[in-house]
Design a protein around this ligand. Structure first.
Ligand code: SF4
Length: 446
């Protein structure tokens, strides 16, 4: 018989949802519940779901079914479902999964932890926890970090005011709400206090931060970069339109700001951007990338591309591939379009067959890989600073990242050296490439 007061969490989705998973774990721990690092030994399993697109939704549903099967086999007592799938489908979800013990909409998760604590002591609890309105953009306190202590994600705002025609996120996370600068600096101090060296700024649209408070993102980035103990600030999820160009000074000059920017553009063909209801034209996208590369020499730009959108032509795809080549975009994530009910895009004609969408996706990644191999090879023999994410204690090889690689989504550097621990900042020399184009490095003493 498993103990329902021992809780394990299955995390699904993006870095923003990972912060929610860490918050749920923190709240559970605050309530005196035991957190189990693995599924074994836990009597209650919480699944923090994602429902952004079809494949993510399928993954969440499979995870729920897997735990319900374990419950049916008597391996666990309670199954709890939280996150974006609940927020999107609300009580309809209870009909699809009647054996789930508790559903929770997105909130600060205090109520969820209390309900799980009550369930563990046999008290009756509601089977469905409503959020009761939009989540306040408050400080994310009490997180149990799931990332190596070298870095932590820092959510700077909630929600999004854009209306991209393919996207469900505004309907899940609501309109844009910035967190206060004072709260974010205090969160940063707390994270640094626990050994974190790099802050990865995340949001639905990080470039909108502060506009609801007459502030702008560069002010926040500077305040965080100036916070004692912060070694690296990285900006993710920038939106190309209304870009806060003062940011380029910090990206270029501030020693604690990574010369790096994640700026999802989704596409560059103007007819596609129009149909996606993205602000700006293909020319605006190209000008924005060009100006970034001009104003911040050596910047690494990461972007996201969506292929196979209704109405997309071969010429449109050629434009994307040319953009990857012209701007030497080596850090590119690409997806194939997923028709999402309730979105404007789902009403559009000109559906691209899935196999064609996948061919286009593969062609874009092929162009990316050629740029990537060239960029990585060009750094051989170079010496640079890295932050260690995984120490070499166990294997004799450490895993680290230079400023041109974000955690989880980009590449890394392998260092064959003893005695390195997560959080160490060291100088290395790139001496080779592994089969995935990651740098193989030697430690540079002194
Ligand atoms: S900016 Fe991003 S989160 Fe906002 S609607 Fe567009 S794709 Fe969705």
């Amino acid at each position: 018989m498993s103990d329902p007061s021992v809780v394990s969490l299955v995390h699904l989705g993006c870095a923003r949802n990972l912060i929610d998973s860490e918050l749920i774990l923190g709240r559970l721990s605050e309530r005196g519940l035991m957190i189990s690092g693995g599924l074994e030994g836990a009597g209650t399993v919480v699944i923090n779901t994602c429902s952004f697109i079809g494949p993510a939704r399928a993954e969440s549903e499979a995870a729920i079914n897997e735990q319900l099967e374990r419950k049916a086999n008597g391996e666990i007592e309670r199954v709890v479902v939280a996150g974006c799938l609940v927020q999107r489908y609300r009580r309809d979800l209870t009909e699809s999964f009647p054996a789930v013990d508790l559903f929770a909409e997105i909130s600060d998760y205090r109520g969820l932890a209390s309900a799980i604590a009550d369930m563990a002591t046999g008290k009756t609890t509601p089977a469905y926890l409503e959020a009761g309105g939009l989540r306040a953009p408050e400080r994310d306190a009490a997180r149990l970090l799931a990332t190596p202590r070298s870095y932590a994600n820092l959510r700077i705002s909630h929600g999004c005011d854009h209306e991209c025609s393919f996207c469900t996120i505004p309907s899940i996370r609501g309109p844009h709400r910035s967190k206060r600068l004072v709260d974010l600096v205090s969160e940063a101090e707390e994270l640094v206090g626990s050994g974190v060296r790099e802050l990865v700024l995340v949001a639905e649209d990080s470039t909108a931060w502060g506009r609801d408070m007459e502030l702008e993102l560069p002010q926040l980035v500077e305040a965080l970069a100036e916070t004692d103990g912060v070694e690296r600030v990285r900006v993710m999820y920038a939106y190309p339109n209304r870009f806060p160009w003062e940011l380029t000074t910090l990206l270029r000059e501030h020693p604690n700001v990574a010369t790096y920017l994640d700026i999802p553009i989704q596409h560059t063909a103007t007819p596609m951007l129009r149909a996606m209801r993205r602000a700006g034209s293909g020319e605006v996208v190209k000008r924005t990338l060009g100006r970034l590369q001009e104003e911040v020499p050596g910047i690494t730009i990461r972007t996201t591309l969506l292929m196979g959108f209704p109405g997309e032509t071969d010429e449109d795809v050629e434009e994307v591939i040319q953009l990857v080549r012209d701007h030497k975009l080596s850090r590119v994530g690409a997806f194939t379009y997923s028709q999402e009910e309730g979105t404007h895009a789902a009403t559009l004609e000109g559906i691209v067959p899935q196999e064609v969408a996948e061919e286009r996706h593969a062609a874009v990644l092929e162009a990316r890989d050629a740029v990537l191999e060239e960029a990585q090879a060009a750094r051989l023999g170079e010496r640079f600073e890295v932050i260690v994410d995984e120490g070499s204690e166990r294997t004799g090889t450490a895993v680290a990242r230079a400023e041109w690689d974000a955690p989880e989504v980009d590449l890394f550097a392998r260092i064959e050296a003893e005695g390195l621990s997560a959080g160490d900042i060291v100088q290395v020399e790139a001496v080779g490439l592994d089969e995935h184009c990651n740098h193989v490095c030697e430690l540079v003493e002194g």
